[in-house]
Design a binder for this molecule. Structure first.
Ligand SMILES: [Zn+2]
Length: 590
């Protein structure tokens, strides 16, 4: 007994049997009823949504001898021949293997003659985008003036590869992915026809895996049916298709979030025992973390496409963790998956990243930690509860920090996180007050508290001292505007006088860009951010006083300054976002 695959057995023979694509089907039917079928029709859409199926039904309907309405009768000679694939007037060409100009010439030769037994000759070219440019050009002439007895039906998965000259001569139909609802109903009916009882969850899973493609779904269904059982449950589908059960994914996500090493490794073991594809498995796991994050974002929950019961479980898991923690763990997982892809020991790589994710702990904003340190420094004890529930390692860190700070020889306990190891070349001239304590040594183990990058020490409750923290400020600016930091390094000295920040430059050329209005504004903001003071900026250069007699002086130094302040030069530095390096005065070109 020969087994006919579902995709062939269940191929729609008339418009009523087509799954989904309602608007397209309706338009095609109307064109048939009104006898206004275009001589060239192009169907586009992803694989398995019914492009060639519709083309064949159209071919049948056009040539049907007893058609009433739009549907082919499926009884006349023409219909039967087309169904059997023996019609002499229907040419089905695969564009992928017949893509040259020679094939198109042969085709044109064939359509010169009238149809042998039917009313029309119908040419179906599948994957038409594969034709060569020459072949398209040869086809174009025919499409411009198609013979009355010929209809063309094209199908393509890649509409953008078809020349516009061809597109403009076709009536175009875009086929959509078939909705989960339509697919589910269709597959359910097929299962009934086969005498197979299929559990709803199992059906849902097959529908999800088909991703809107009828053909993909049918081949999955074929696999499940040939499993031999008359009752199909979700575990059968998981096993046959090599999928990962949602339960495993959910319990693994939970284990990673709740730091349960044992559960995480067991879940992985279980998936391996199923012989699951690792790539697939990790994709599902990433998707689960995405779902968890979406659960946290207001108004994004309709983007989650999972059954309601599962959604509830995801929601309750997401509720226990902060958005930042979920995001951080998703990041680590993505890194792990990336490493796994290039590892000769993928399983080990994955386990390794699981350990990392579990150890990463929860994200605590730096501001919280700083607040605690401030409280410790001020001598106020931490709230009792926090000390009690704090992770032991975190406590250790905090203790260590206090110890270090207490033993450090500081006059004023004001820690600055920016312990600069390298100082700028051109640091302020005056003697500096005693330096800040060095960063406390890290404890042997990394604390389980991860510090988020965005919380870098910007918003400190303490005000900083302009002179003492100037190098730190330059570092702060460097992260935001490199050229500005470089210019600031060229200051001779900085002073804070009556709400004014004075920046002294020896050479005007070093601060031309800095002096521009928007840059002054930006710098003022940086100052406010960093020093927590609203200071008015004042840039002072020696050249300011003798601006007036610049014209008469031609000493090389003055000349350079003059050149540096030339509007053209300033504009050029502005355009290229650069700064003046070296100025050389050569012989005049004029
Ligand atoms: Zn017929």
């Amino acid at each position: 007994m020969s087994y006919l695959v579902l995709a062939r057995k269940s191929r729609p023979q008339d418009f009523n049997q087509v799954v989904g694509q309602v608007p397209v089907v309706k338009t095609l039917q109307n064109s048939l009823v009104r006898d206004r079928v275009a001589h060239a029709i192009l169907f586009s859409g992803v694989r398995g949504v019914g492009k060639t199926t519709l083309a064949r039904i159209m071919a049948k309907a056009i040539n049907c001898e007893q058609r009433t309405g739009a549907n082919p009768c499926n009884k006349c000679t023409s219909c039967i021949e087309i169904t059997a694939g023996s019609s002499l007037d229907l040419y089905e060409i695969d564009g992928a293997s017949n893509r040259g100009i020679q094939e198109i010439r042969e085709l044109k030769e064939k359509i010169r003659f009238l149809p042998s037994s039917s009313k029309y000759k119908i040419i179906i070219i599948d994957e038409v985008h594969m034709l060569t440019t020459e072949a398209f050009n040869a086809l174009l002439k025919t499409l411009e003036e198609p013979p009355d007895h010929v209809f063309f039906m094209f199908a393509t998965t890649e509409l953008h590869k078809i020349p516009i000259t061809i597109l403009s001569r076709c009536q175009r139909y875009e086929l959509k992915r078939v909705s989960a609802e339509d697919l589910g109903a269709h597959f359910q009916k097929l299962a009934e026809d086969e005498g197979v009882v299929i559990e709803q969850a199992a059906l849902d899973l097959i529908v999800r895996e088909s991703e809107g493609s009828v053909r993909d779904g049918l081949s999955l269904l074929d696999q499940v049916f040939s499993y031999g059982e008359k009752e199909i449950g979700i575990n059968d589908v998981i096993q046959v298709l090599g999928l990962v059960s949602r339960d495993i994914i959910l319990s693994l996500s939970r284990a990673l979030l709740e730091k349960d090493h044992g559960a995480a490794f067991h879940a992985l073991e279980e998936t391996f025992n199923y012989g699951v594809d690792l790539k697939r498995f990790t994709a599902d796991l990433l998707e689960a973390f995405r779902t968890l994050i979406l659960c946290k974002i207001d108004g994004c929950q309709e983007l989650i496409d999972i059954p309601p019961q599962e959604l509830d479980e995801f929601k309750s898991l997401a509720a226990k963790h902060s958005h930042n923690t979920l995001h951080m763990k998703l990041n680590l997982l993505m890194q792990g998956v990336e490493q796994m892809r290039f590892s000769s020991q993928p399983r080990l790589a994955l386990e390794n990243s699981f350990l990392k994710i579990i150890q990463a702990g929860d994200v605590v904003p730096v501001s919280n930690l700083l607040g605690k340190i401030d409280a410790l420094l001020a001598g106020t004890p931490l709230p009792q509860k926090e000390v009690a529930v704090g992770i032991s390692e975190k406590k250790k860190t905090e203790k260590k920090i206090t110890e270090t700070i207490n033993s450090a020889p500081v006059s004023k306990p004001q820690p600055t996180p920016q312990a600069d190891t390298e100082k700028p070349a051109n640091e302020p001239g005056e003697a500096e007050p005693p330096l800040v304590p060095e960063q406390p040594p890290l404890p042997e183990e990394r604390p389980s508290t991860t510090i988020e990058d965005d919380y870098k020490p910007v918003a400190r409750p303490h005000q900083r001292d302009v002179r003492r923290d100037w190098p730190g400020f330059i570092e702060h600016v460097k992260d935001r505007k490199v050229w500005m930091a470089q210019d600031l390094q060229r200051t001779e000295k900085v002073k804070e006088v009556d709400g004014e920040l004075q920046l002294h430059f020896a050479d005007q050329a070093n601060c031309t860009l800095l002096r521009q209005k928007e840059n002054i504004k930006l710098l003022t903001e940086f100052v406010l951010d960093f020093f927590q003071k609203d200071l008015k900026l004042h840039i002072i250069t020696p050249a300011q006083e003798d601006n007036g007699d610049m014209e008469n002086v031609e000493s090389p130094h003055k000349l350079r300054q003059k050149l540096a302040n030339d509007p053209l030069v300033i504009m050029a530095t502005e355009i290229f976002n650069g700064q003046i390096g070296d100025i050389r005065v050569g012989p005049r070109s004029r």
